[in-house]
Design a protein around this ligand. Structure first.
Ligand code: PRP
Ligand code: URA
Length: 208
């Protein structure tokens, strides 16, 4: 069963209250989503393996430690883009892949329209990034695609999840750890998370 980590951190809770507030404007929403992405990155990377390397400081030779595997960030378009800059600021060596998926508004089934991944992706730790884990269909589909590409080490990173989405992801991909800034109560009849933060893509890009 995949591990679920809900970041109970005062700073993240504070920033989540800003993005949840419907009065927060597009600029502040976008900046704060990115900042939360950066803060979550500390927790996601906590168990990353490091490898020793001999370096010279201005004072002495020493053994330092570097990340063992490269990192690839894969945002699910569109809303996943909102978290990329924050994560990338913390791991600037990470490469970025993209997967375009939208939910059919009637069936809520994921529809894929774009995929582009760096060549090194199979040997990397891959962070699948999407702020909203609602039915879990989009995240599960994205992870299916990455596994078909041969990726072995995948983590899901989101802002808001709900029990339905977590259950779906755990059933479909029990090997994938889930990291969330907050865990909400439920889905409404239209597949939106309640209380949630509304339509994340529209709020990030001002499309409503
Ligand atoms: C939203 C969100 C997720 C998906 C989550 O994207 O960003 O990708 O819905 O829902 P699910 O867990 O039920 O699959 P949306 O389909 O609105 O597309 P957009 O990012 O292009 O706005
Ligand atoms: N997508 C969103 O943007 N918000 C939700 O609550 C569910 C899916």
């Amino acid at each position: 069963m995949s591990k679920v980590t809900v970041l109970n951190h005062p700073l993240i809770d504070h920033k989540m209250s800003q993005v949840r507030d419907k009065h927060t404007n597009t600029k502040a929403f976008r900046e704060t989503v990115s900042e939360i992405g950066a803060l979550i990155t500390y927790e996601i990377t906590r168990d990353f393996k490091t490898t020793p390397k001999t370096i010279e400081t201005p004072m002495a030779v020493m053994t330092a430690y570097e990340l063992e595997k490269p990192v690839v960030i894969v945002p699910i378009l569109r809303a996943g883009l909102g978290m990329v800059d924050g994560i990338h600021n913390i791991i600037p060596t990470a490469k970025i892949g993209h997967i375009g998926i939208y939910r059919d508004e009637e069936t809520l089934e994921p529809k894929s329209y774009y995929q582009k991944f760096p060549k090194t992706i199979t040997d990397s730790v891959v962070l699948v990034v999407d702020p909203m884990l609602a039915t879990g269909g989009s995240a599960s589909y994205a992870i299916d695609v990455l596994k078909k590409h041969g990726v072995l080490d995948i983590r899901y990173v989101g802002l808001v999840g709900c029990p339905e989405g977590i259950q779906r992801l755990q059933n479909d991909h029990p090997d994938v750890s889930i990291y969330l800034a907050a865990l909400d109560e439920k889905l409404d009849k239209n597949g939106y998370i309640v209380p949630g933060l509304g339509d994340c893509g529209d709020r990030l890009f001002g499309t409503k």
